[in-house]
Design a protein around this ligand. Sequence first.
Ligand SMILES: *[C@@H]1O[C@H](CO)[C@@H](O)[C@H](O)[C@H]1NC(C)=O
Ligand SMILES: *[C@@H]1O[C@H](CO)[C@@H](O)[C@H](O)[C@H]1NC(C)=O
Ligand SMILES: *[C@@H]1O[C@H](CO)[C@@H](O)[C@H](O)[C@H]1NC(C)=O
Length: 437
Amino acid sequence: MLSFPFRLLLVSTLFFLSHQTVDDATVHVLQSWKFVDFLYPSEEARSVARQQRQYTPEHVVILDSDWYFSPDTAQKRIFVTTPNFRSGIPATLSEVTRERNGDGPLLRPFPSWDSASQTTCEGPVSVYRIHIDRCGLLWALDTGRVETFTNPRRACRPKLVIYDLKNNDRIIARYEFPDGPVNDRSNLASIAIESYQNDCRDSVAYIADPNTYGLVVFNLTEKSSYRVNHNFFHPFPHKGTITINEVSFDLMDGIIGLTLSPPTDNPRKLFFHSLASVRESWVPTTVLRNRTLIENASLARSEFFISEDVREGQSIQEVMTDDGILIYSLLPKMAIACWNSAKPFKKENQHIIYQDSENLQFISGLKLKDNKYLLITTSRLQNYINGDLHNEDVKYRMIVIDDVEQLLQGTPCKRTPNGGKMLSAKHKQPPRHGRSF
Ligand SMILES: *[C@@H]1O[C@H](CO)[C@@H](O)[C@H](O)[C@H]1NC(C)=O
Ligand SMILES: *[C@@H]1O[C@H](CO)[C@@H](O)[C@H](O)[C@H]1NC(C)=O
Ligand SMILES: *[C@@H]1O[C@H](CO)[C@@H](O)[C@H](O)[C@H]1NC(C)=O
């Protein structure tokens, strides 16, 4: 349970709806929505869209968000995703505008209304998650699947589209995943990016496919991709039921949470976990990037690690700070927790840093910006899945913790007796066979 005293600050502006402090860090609700609405060219256009069922407000779910601070205009541009879970989603990727209706800020489809209303596979079809990197590149991972909750099917090939927000949102890459890396049941849902050069053009993306239990490695220079398979990408059946705020649902998803250890870590690792799981895994990225090694299953198998111990519940997204502290959602606890990766992944080395049973219902997005701001997106998806959304409830929130260092101060995650050395995967090799999860 949360041990911090909560202090409520009575501050309210357009962009910061409310503030709380958790120790010295401040928690802002940056944006919130009861229902999601769009900036239509006219009121008439909106009512036509509603009549023709191109826009059904109660079907639109905000799943993920990210922001870009534009040095030119000194303004923050905020982007959100609204996946094609059901019919009546006018756009799947949008920018948050300063226009509002009663329920929250209106969304402007990104890159344009035109691209959103196309019936071809050219524009965004169903984006679950986005990532805006330090170079101002917006990576939009498009599942290509439509009506996931009602009549799931692949309408278009999954694709990755990269927009350069520093250069008029120009598209610098548009890549359709071929068969092999993906198949027709794939649902590319999460992305982590590794890059070392100043312009980020050397990037490699690691992409989770929780439906078919695979990881796709995409090389931006080559515009090529391949698939990695491993047992640790699978779900654990007895963790397939998730309960949030007394609502239970089943989700037998595999690999979903992905994040990289700091660039200084040697070897750098990809941390990951399945949704129906309470364990954490990792693999050196040198292994993932070595295709020869990956193609030899017996060689690659032993390079992956999984924690012997568990976390307190299922998790979706996770991020890692520059000093190797993993920050992850804990869905059933309606909380954000931390673990110092220099220590074993044991209960005593994990710690809840923020818990809120109102604001943190179904944490579906998590970003760490500039190693300082923790951006949390919550979506009450448990109610959406079970069909009991309430009109008056705030269902979608973007929450910012400023800053994460302060939040971690004084927690077990910050105390590192061995000087903060990263966990050495080689010395933590767990048993790989005969375990019941
Ligand atoms: C991506 O492909 C390029 C061109 O083949 C190669 O030089 C580079 O090493 C690859 N990047 C990574 C990180 O594997
Ligand atoms: C890739 O892995 C193979 C097999 O372990 C190894 O022989 C080779 O040196 C590795 N390549 C690179 C670039 O690390
Ligand atoms: C995989 O690597 C092992 C060990 O180096 C080697 O003996 C085996 O022939 C390789 N298998 C394939 C299919 O290349």
